[in-house]
Design a protein around this ligand. Structure first.
Ligand SMILES: Nc1nc2c(ncn2[C@@H]2O[C@H](COP(=O)(O)OP(=O)(O)O)[C@@H](O)[C@H]2O)c(=O)[nH]1
Ligand SMILES: [Mg+2]
Length: 318
């Protein structure tokens, strides 16, 4: 695969004509950080488009995940979690999420139903109301696998936040009600054509997803404040031959001390990050990968607009 848009490995048979009652549209997946938005989208696509971690604010950009079936095309818009931002990056992330709402045909409001609502869930409800959308709001009460029964004791409190058009308890990881939720979403989409070719599953360049997979591998191996101070840029992406891709990437951190932590004793942590990322990247690009990583310090990049732009964090216009 080249550094072009990522496609599913579908059977390349004749394009099938969608039926006359075909539905399609954009589904904005919104919610506070860490409720499972990216996990759910990846599960629907059967491929890792959006990285996932147990750390809040993992998703920083808007990503499209495109699901095509015979009767419908669902274009999921995975967004950063809506939260009270502490720096410029946080502001850009919240703007990115909020701006997805008015364009959506369905707003999928995800919550963690294993715990009671927090102030941030309230911020999400406010954002949906403030953006004045007429589109149906479907609420997914996620993580019910953590509860003794599918009945969340907090369901009522969540439903009171927004009075959704429809709702379902689900588990993005275990799969409970995942298909039912998809059918529910599709039932609220308008009739419409296929907007994207059926084999396309995202709008992102392979290069971007590669950078994200490196960031994910690093996130899983770092603690506390360092993960939030990381950015990854792919500098080189070259298919060397049929079975080998060369990738050179830089991990940016904010401080010299962070650089030391990312590299680790005798370079051990960086090697570990590289090894884990390489496995995921090989799965993505379908060849063996030679991955070279560098670590560089960019002081206070999260607070500087020009640095954010250079690292690819820009809120969509509007
Ligand atoms: N137990 C459980 N954990 C989940 C579920 N969905 C997501 N998670 C976990 O919650 C964390 C945050 O998930 P992520 O998709 O990154 O959340 P996002 O910030 O909303 O995109 C990760 O550790 C996921 O594995 C679920 O249904 N059940
Ligand atoms: Mg996410």
């Amino acid at each position: 695969m080249n550094d072009t848009q990522l496609s599913a490995n579908h059977l390349q048979d004749e394009a099938t004509e969608p039926p006359p009652d075909h539905r399609s549209g954009f589904v904005a997946v919104v919610g506070r950080p860490n409720v499972g938005k990216s996990t759910l989208m990846n599960a629907y696509l059967g491929q890792k488009i959006a990285i996932v971690s147990e750390k809040p604010q993992t998703t920083r950009n808007r990503l499209l995940g495109i699901l095509t079936r015979d009767d419908a095309q669902v274009i999921f818009v995975d967004t950063p979690g809506i939260h009270a931002p502490l720096h410029k990056l946080g502001e850009v992330m919240v703007q990115t999420a909020v701006r997805a709402i008015p364009d959506a045909d369905v707003v999928l409001f995800m919550v963690d139903a294993s715990v009671p609502p927090t102030g941030e869930d309230g911020l999400v409800a406010d954002a949906i109301r403030d953006r004045g959308t007429d589109s149906p709001v479907v609420m997914a009460l996620n993580k019910i696998d953590l509860l003794p029964s599918a009945e969340s004791p907090h369901a009522e409190a969540y439903l009171a936040l927004i009075q959704p058009t429809a709702w379902l308890p689900v588990s993005a990881t275990r799969g409970d009600n995942r298909d039912e939720l998809l059918n529910l979403i599709i039932s609220h989409l308008p009739p419409g054509p296929r907007y994207y070719p059926e084999e396309q599953i995202t709008d992102q360049q392979t290069r971007f997803i590669v950078a994200e997979l490196i960031r994910e591998a690093a996130l899983h191996r770092l603690r506390q404040e360092v993960p939030h101070a990381l950015a990854v840029v792919v500098d080189e992406f070259k298919r060397r031959n049929e079975n080998m891709t060369y990738i050179g990437a830089t991990i940016f951190v904010e401080r010299d001390s962070h650089k030391g932590i990312v590299i680790g004793q005798g370079g051990r942590r960086l090697k570990d990050i590289g090894r884990a990322a390489r496995v995921e990247i090989e799965r993505l690009v379908g060849t063996r990968v030679f991955l070279e990583l560098w670590v560089k310090v960019r002081p206070k990049w999260r607070k500087k607009e020009d640095e954010l732009r250079r690292l690819g964090y820009v809120a969509p216009k509007r």
